[in-house]
Design a protein around this ligand. Structure first.
Ligand code: SF4
Length: 449
């Protein structure tokens, strides 16, 4: 098939190819940075500013999400951009990415840039181009909005370091949770090459925090932290393995976020699994819920799953599932229970647990008060007492509670036909209104786990 050479392409044509090519990377949300602009350049990432607005449906800020290039020397079996695929190829120049970012930013279409890339010639060459781009954006164009870039595994640590001083967030995608999985589907990638830049970024962030204590004007290094992404369902790892890897990344590498991406089969390859039911979205959803339990609810992976019970119950969210397997803990008296125990009650989320702790200082709470506080009583009622009484006469019995919980319709971030969210297209008729990112939809749907 004939495709235009890169030099014959206009920037708009490249943009069409390289935004589409970026759509399988979900590790691009932008939580957790409060780097201020200096008042001279354009944009800032201050908390409460547009970069960190989440709309009521959980929408993330809008980012221009592109690949620098979809040319790639590697041949990852799951990837549309692998070298053996016959697809149109395009590469930006650093100036083109700057032009697009500034143009869209000025027109208020975006609040930041998410820049990933295929591997052009070699990791160093690619990382150098990424560095040049963000250097130009920051230094020549005065862009102070949000920038998230990929650290390319195998690139010179000096280049990773340089990028860290211009980016807000960096991510290195783990892609597959185990070294075996990588060997099978991404034979050019090596786990140690992925973990090395992660460790480097972690150490850089720690050093930068100390430096900022001593010298307030020290330049920021990756102030929004780092994240990663794992593909779910392309290799045979179970949920327990995935959760153990995620927990390890949070605890040992200080990651801000782990993203889970349901495997979408875009290539004909005998090494890839057939997924007759489509991408495993419900599994992805359960993993995101469990991830929240690790990060905000004080759970450990081994409490949720084990080698004997390695996969999440698809019918129930992981917290309800845990509660049903620990009925000896319940019912919990909400007027006395410690905060950490409140968090383990289905129907009580972080906000409502905090409100309970505050409100009960002023007097004993009643069920009506819990409702006003935001407790989802139709879920919590099997697990709590208020003033020593349950809300209704009810059995504390696993089958009975399970049946009742299942009768409460669960809000899922996708519809019965699959995804309701879709990749932002810069050329469609949506007036640039972005649909929620998957993980943010989960956040919106499950404020109360
Ligand atoms: S490195 Fe692998 S996943 Fe990344 S663009 Fe190349 S083929 Fe795709």
């Amino acid at each position: 098939m004939y495709y235009k050479a890169a030099e014959e392409m206009g920037i708009k044509e490249k943009l069409g190819i390289l935004t589409d090519a970026a759509k399988y990377d979900v590790a691009c949300t932008s939580s957790g940075v409060d780097r201020r602009g200096d008042g001279k350049g354009m944009g800032n990432t201050e908390l409460g500013g547009i970069c960190h607005s989440f709309s009521s449906d959980g929408r993330c800020i809008s980012l221009l999400k592109i690949l620098f290039t979809n040319e790639c020397i590697y041949d990852c079996k799951y990837c549309i951009n692998r070298k053996s695929n016959d697809v149109p190829r395009a590469s930006f120049t650093p100036d083109e990415v700057c032009e697009l970012t500034m143009g869209f930013y000025k027109r208020n279409y975006i609040e930041g840039l998410f820049l990933s890339s295929g591997i052009l010639y070699n990791p160093d060459f690619t990382m150098e181009l990424i560095c040049q781009t963000i250097y130009k954006l920051r230094r020549e164009h005065g862009f102070q909005g949000y920038i998230h870039v990929k650290a390319i595994p195998g690139a010179d640590p000096m280049l990773i370091q340089k990028a860290g001083f211009f980016a807000d967030r960096m991510s290195v995608n783990l892609e597959l949770p185990t070294a075996d999985g990588l060997r099978q589907l991404a034979p050019n990638k090596h786990r140690k090459n992925i973990l090395a830049p992660m460790r480097q970024i972690q150490n850089g962030i720690e050093a930068n925090k100390n430096e900022l204590v001593l010298y307030k004007k020290a330049p920021y290094f990756v102030p929004a932290g780092q994240s990663t992404q794992m593909i779910i369902g392309a290799t045979p790892e179970n949920d327990y393995q995935l959760m153990m890897v995620a927990e390890n990344l949070y605890q040992k590498f200080g990651l801000k976020r782990v993203f889970y991406s349901a495997f979408v089969n875009v290539n004909e390859d005998k090494e890839l699994p057939a997924l007759p039911g489509g991408p495993p979205l419900l599994r992805e959803h359960r993993l995101y819920q469990a991830d929240w339990l690790l990060r905000y609810y004080g759970f450990q992976a081994q409490e949720l799953l084990s080698e004997e019970r390695p996969n999440f119950n698809v019918l129930l969210d992981p917290k309800a599932d845990w509660a049903l397997r620990h009925l000896e803990v319940f019912p919990v008296e909400v007027n006395r229970a410690e905060y950490q125990l409140l968090l383990r009650i289905p129907g009580i989320g972080v906000k409502s647990a905090q409100r309970i702790v505050r409100a009960r200082k002023n007097g004993a709470l009643r069920f009506e008060d819990l409702k006003k506080i935001g407790v989802v009583l139709k879920r919590a009622l099997y697990f709590i007492t208020c003033g020593g009484r349950m809300m209704y006469r009810t059995k504390i019995e696993e089958d009975y509670i399970t049946r009742n919980l299942l009768s409460v319709k669960e809000k899922l971030p996708f519809d019965k036909d699959g995804m309701t969210y879709r990749q932002m297209s810069l050329f469609d008729d949506m007036s640039f209104r972005m649909p929620p990112e998957r993980e943010d939809s989960v956040k919106a749907a499950f404020g109360q786990l």
